[in-house]
Design a binder for this molecule. Structure first.
Ligand code: G3P
Length: 221
């Protein structure tokens, strides 16, 4: 099975508004020509415009465990769903969530029909989060995020450790690998170690030619 390439646009200028839409269109072209699977995690304000014009799945970068009512400034799961999101990222290193809240957020998101990629910064946290049954756990050592050394090169043992720890709790949860992922070799190594795919940002958002990077990412798998 082809690995999943999850691209988190964060709040990069190159990943905001029309530029986010253009990146998603390029990913769609690569997906069509290679048969590879991409997911884009975008800002809430960009979900509707992108999901209505591009077929690759669009995820929110965060949702809050709330329902309709008095929750000024929070992100309503129903809203991202009706804007076209197919899922959500949760507990990213840049948007950590208390585990009690995370557990509820995962349950509400799944209840609303949103897939969940929950991030973990260590094997220990991955093990804890596995008990909340997200669809995916993305292991991302925070110190490698945004850098040029990939987790698959610097810390292969954290990938295998996470896969083992998650498997022991719930065989249905797939593990993604993130932090410093930029090349086809990073993707290949991650898959060889047992991951279902990768989660990356700067490799695409800071690239001179994002399409070439996306083509390269899927070229060996
Ligand atoms: O969400 C993905 C991210 O935190 C990894 O960032 O820039 O190292 O690919 P980056």
């Amino acid at each position: 099975m082809k690995p999943l390439i999850v691209i988190n646009l964060k709040t990069y200028e190159t990943g905001t508004g029309k530029k986010a839409l253009n990146l998603a269109k390029l990913a769609e072209e690569v997906s069509i020509s290679t048969g590879s699977k991409f997911i884009f995690c975008v800002q809430p304000t960009d979900i509707r415009a992108i999901s209505s014009q591009v077929k690759i799945p669009i995820y929110a970068q965060h949702i809050d465990p709330i329902t309709y009512g008095s929750n000024t400034g929070y992100i309503l799961p129903e809203s991202v769903k009706s804007a076209g999101a197919k899922g959500t990222l949760l507990n990213h290193a840049e948007r950590k969530i208390d585990h009690k809240i995370l557990k509820t957020s995962i349950s509400i998101a799944k209840d609303k029909g949103l897939k969940v990629i929950a991030c973990a910064d260590s094997v220990k946290e991955a093990n804890q989060i596995a008990h909340f049954s997200p669809d995916y756990i993305a292991i991302e050592p925070p110190e490698l995020i945004g850098g040029d050394i990939s987790v698959s090169t610097a810390k292969p043992q954290i990938i295998t450790g996470t896969i083992d720890a998650v498997k022991k709790v719930d065989l249905n949860i797939k593990v993604l690998v993130g932090a410093g992922i930029k090349t086809s070799l990073d993707v290949k190594k991650s898959v060889e170690l047992g991951a279902a795919g990768v989660l990356l940002a700067s490799g695409v958002t800071r690239a001179k030619s994002p399409k070439k990077v996306m083509q390269d990412l899927v070229s060996l798998v």
